[in-house]
Design a binder for this molecule. Structure first.
Ligand code: MN
Length: 288
């Protein structure tokens, strides 16, 4: 399990003024409260709040959010009360923990998209402090990363909720990486055959044409150099779920899809951006 020291050194790296004492106390309190509880995987329960805090520390969140992550299941699942958390850690953190607990207790049984939209709105309205949403989303992300140890029926239900409610919320909050990871983890559960077949296509494609991303990225760099433009170029394969969604939308097979890879070119000025567009389209035909 990640230790308090490991969490703190990660936090210190981006926030030298972080309140180490607060984080250590939240860590110790959470650990003591969850003592004797275990996850489905058999690990001590407290590994979960710590993993959630680590996800948030990777996003460089503030101390109150990290303390909330460490304590997020204490009011709900242990003998700790709101007033005890408030007395030890202050009203701000107690309210954040309480907010996460309230979101957790919302019964999300919907499988219909229209209902899902209502839940998304409700979620947003209920978390007046966006940090509550960030903890809740990170909580779901860790639960999805470890979903394999859950009962099969439970897995499907969590995966549907994730697809309909949490992933779109993460996207709406500007965290595309989280949206994509949540979608992919849910996709694994909901449609493993489709995901596997897309993964297999990628492997075949790679065998046939080598590392396409590397090849196109270096070609792009060369074109930009010729045009005298300084820019950063990066590329990546689209995630299996977004490929699959596109296949459904366009009703097309994998081999007919035209955007499996995405490339990003970052320029220093807006003017350069249009010059890049020109250089790229001279080499690669634009598809309307
Ligand atoms: Mn949790």
């Amino acid at each position: 399990m990640t230790t308090a020291d490991e969490l703190i050194s990660l936090v210190r790296a981006y926030n030298p003024r972080s309140n180490e004492k607060l984080l250590r106390e939240a860590f110790a309190f959470g650990e003591a409260m969850h003592e004797g509880q275990f996850r489905h995987s058999g690990e001590p329960y407290f590994t979960h709040p710590v993993a959630v805090a680590m996800i948030l520390a990777e996003q460089q969140m503030d101390d109150a959010t990290l303390a909330t992550a460490l304590l997020h299941d204490t009011i709900e699942d242990t003998k700790a009360s709101y007033s005890e958390v408030a007395k030890r850690f202050g009203e701000e953190i107690a309210e954040l923990v309480d907010g996460v607990t309230k979101l957790t207790n919302l019964q999300l049984t919907s499988t219909q998209s229209k209902q899902a939209e209502n839940f998304r709105k409700l979620f947003m309205a209920m978390s007046r402090d966006l940090r509550v949403m960030l903890v809740k989303l990170s909580d779901r992300l860790h639960n999805m990363r470890t979903i394999k140890s859950m009962r099969v029926e439970k897995q499907a239900q969590k995966a549907r909720e994730t697809m309909e409610i949490y992933a779109p919320l993460a996207g709406r909050m500007g965290m595309q990486w989280m949206r994509e990871e949540l979608e992919d983890l849910a996709f694994r559960v909901l449609n493993p055959e489709a995901r596997n077949s897309i993964m297999r296509r990628f492997i075949t494609l790679q065998k046939e044409s080598g590392d396409v991303i590397e090849k196109i990225t270096s070609d792009m760099r060369l074109e930009l150099e010729k045009a005298g433009i300084i820019a950063e170029v990066s590329g990546r394969a689209k995630r299996p779920y977004s490929i699959w969604r596109k296949m459904q939308e366009k009703d097309q097979g994998f081999s007919r899809l035209s955007d499996i890879y995405g490339f990003r070119i970052v320029t220093a000025t807006e003017g350069d951006c249009y010059r890049v567009l020109g250089a790229v389209h001279q080499r690669w035909r634009a598809v309307p």
